[in-house]
Ligand binder design. Structure first.
Ligand code: ZN
Length: 432
C-alpha cells in the first residue's frame, strides 16, 4: 500500500519542477520573514530571485544547530506567534534546546508524512499502533500519533517507559505495530523472554524504530526475537520530527519525503556538495514548512543518497541507514571509529547479547579503547578457558572492523545499564 501515490511515485522531472517551485517559495518566505535569514543571505549577497535552478541552492548559507540555539526561543519563526499552534524542542542534552514551531498547515504536513511512513511499514485502518515514543516536548510521540490517526489506525498512546505495562497491553490488546527506539525493542524482547512469553503469543507484525543509530545485525536480532519486520524511521525536531524518511518493506534504504524535505550530501570538512552515491553529511531544507522554514540544515548525520525507482514502486530518493554522526565520531589514536562499527562486530558473535559500552581513556598520552560486553548466561557459566577464547575472538572481530586492537572485557549478564530511551554507548574519559 502507498498512502499518496501521486506524491510518492512522481517522475524525476515532475519532482524537480515541484522542488524548484517550492524551494523558491521557501527561500523568499525565509528572507522576508526571518531576520536571521535576511542577515545571512545579505552577507553572502544572495537574493531569493537568484535561485533559478535547484542547483542554485548551493549559493545559500548553511544553518547549524548553533544558529537555531542562538535564536532561542522563537527567533526562527516566520509567522506571527498567533499562528503557531504547537511547539516542540530537542532534548537539549548539550546546552539550550532548540525550539520548533508549527502552524496548522505544518501539523497537516507532519500528519501526512507520518501517514506515508506508517503505511510504508504495512500499517492501515485495521492496525493497533502501540506508540512507545515519549509524548511531550520530544517530537516522537506526537508525530506517530498524528500519522496513526490520519491513516485511521487505532493508536495506543502509551508513551515511553513502564515496561511491564507495555507488555501487558501488547499481549491483551494484540498490538500489531510498535514504535520505539531499537534498543528499547531489544530490551522488551529480553523481558518477554524472561517472562516466558513467546513471540507467538504477541501479535506484532512491524516495528518502526528510530531516534538512535542501529545496525543491520541489530535488525536481524530484533526481527528474530520479536517475529516482526523491523523498519527504520528517520527524522529530527529541527526539520519536523519523525517522518523525514522511512524504510519500506524492501529494507534497503529509507525513502526521504523529498517533496517536503530537500536533501543534499556534503563533505563535512569542505562543505562541498557530493554527488549521489557518495558518503557524507546529510543537509536538509524544508520545502513547505510555514511556521519555521529551515534552509540547508546540517544534520551531522552521515549517509548516502540513491535515486531511482524502488521495487516498492516509490520514486522518493533513498538514503542509507545512518552510519554515524559527525558528533559521535570518535577519534582514537587518529583513527575514526563509530560506535555502530563496534556493534556490527559484536553481533557477529554467537552467544552474545548486543549490550555493550565503549570506554575511552588516555592513561599515558595514548588512547585506550575498552569495550565492555555482556556475556550471556550460558557463556558466563562456562569454563574460563572458553571465556578467554571468546574475548580474543571479539577483539579480532573489532580489529577487523575498525583497524585497531582494543581491550574487551566480558561483564556479567544484565550488569550494564539499560535505557528506555537513547542508549549511552560511549563514555569518553579523556580530557581533550
Ligand atoms: Zn521502497
Amino acid at each position: 500500500m502507498i498512502w499518496n501515490k501521486e506524491a510518492e511515485c512522481m517522475s524525476a522531472e515532475e519532482k524537480e519542477d515541484l522542488q524548484l517551485k517550492r524551494l523558491q517559495e521557501v527561500v523568499k518566505r525565509a528572507y522576508e520573514n526571518v531576520d536571521y535569514y535576511k542577515k545571512r543571505f545579505d552577507e553572502v549577497k544572495v537574493l531569493p530571485e537568484d535561485i533559478k535552478t535547484l542547483d542554485d541552492i548551493k549559493k545559500l548559507p548553511f544553518t547549524t544547530k548553533t544558529d537555531l540555539r542562538d535564536a532561542y526561543p522563537f527567533g526562527m519563526f516566520a509567522v506571527p506567534s498567533d499562528d503557531i499552534i504547537e511547539v516542540h524542542t530537542t532534548s537539549g542534552t548539550t546546552g539550550k534546546p532548540t525550539v520548533s514551531g508549527y502552524t496548522q498547515k505544518d501539523i497537516n504536513i507532519w500528519s501526512e508524512v507520518m501517514a506515508r511512513s506508517l503505511t510504508m511499514a504495512g500499517g492501515g485502518k485495521k492496525d493497533l499502533i502501540q506508540n512507545c515514543y515519549g509524548y511531550g516536548l520530544f517530537t516522537g510521540g506526537m508525530g506517530v500519533h498524528y500519522g496513526a490517526q490520519k491513516i485511521g489506525a487505532t493508536v495506543i498512546p502509551i508513551s515511553a517507559g513502564n515496561t511491564q505495562r507495555q507488555i501487558e497491553i501488547m499481549e491483551d490488546f494484540g498490538s500489531t505495530i510498535i514504535t520505539c527506539t531499537p534498543s528499547y525493542a531489544l530490551y522488551l524482547a529480553e523481558v518477554l523472554q524472561k517472562q516466558g512469553i513467546t513471540s507467538e503469543k504477541i501479535n506484532l507484525k512491524a516495528g518502526v524504530f528510530g531516534a538512535e543509530m542501529w545496525t543491520e545485525e541489530m535488525r536481524e536480532e530484533i526481527e528474530k526475537r520479536l517475529n516482526l519486520s523491523a523498519l527504520n524511521i528517520y527524522g529530527l525536531t529541527e526539520i519536523i520530527g519523525p517522518g523525514v524518511a522511512q524504510e519500506c518493506l524492501e529494507k534497503n534504504g529509507l525513502h526521504i519525503f523529498d517533496d517536503h524535505f530537500y536533501p543534499e550530501i556534503v563533505d563535512p570538512k569542505t562543505l562541498k556538495r557530493l554527488p549521489d552515491g557518495e558518503q557524507g553529511e546529510l543537509v536538509l531544507t524544508t520545502l513547505t514548512r510555514e511556521g519555521m522554514p529551515v534552509i540547508r540544515f546540517r544534520t551531522r548525520d552521515i549517509t548516502v543518497l540513491r535515486k531511482g525507482r524502488c521495487d516498492c514502486g516509490r520514486t522518493l530518493v533513498k538514503m542509507d541507514r545512518i552510519t554515524g554522526r559527525s558528533d559521535d565520531m570518535l577519534k582514537v589514536r587518529g583513527v575514526i571509529v563509530f560506535p555502530s562499527q563496534i556493534e556490527r562486530a559484536l553481533l557477529k558473535i554467537e552467544g552474545l547479547d548486543p549490550h555493550y559500552q565503549i570506554i575511552v581513556t588516555r592513561p599515558h598520552q595514548l588512547d585506550e579503547l575498552e569495550v565492555q560486553v555482556e556475556a550471556s548466561d550460558i557463556l558466563f557459566s562456562d569454563e574460563v578457558k572458553h571465556v578467554e577464547e571468546v574475548k580474543n575472538n571479539i577483539e579480532d572481530y573489532i580489529q577487523a572492523e575498525i583497524g585497531l586492537r582494543v581491550n574487551v572485557s566480558l561483564v556479567e549478564p544484565q550488569s550494564l545499564p539499560r535505557s528506555e530511551g537513547k542508549a549511552v554507548r560511549v563514555i569518553d574519559k579523556r580530557k581533550l
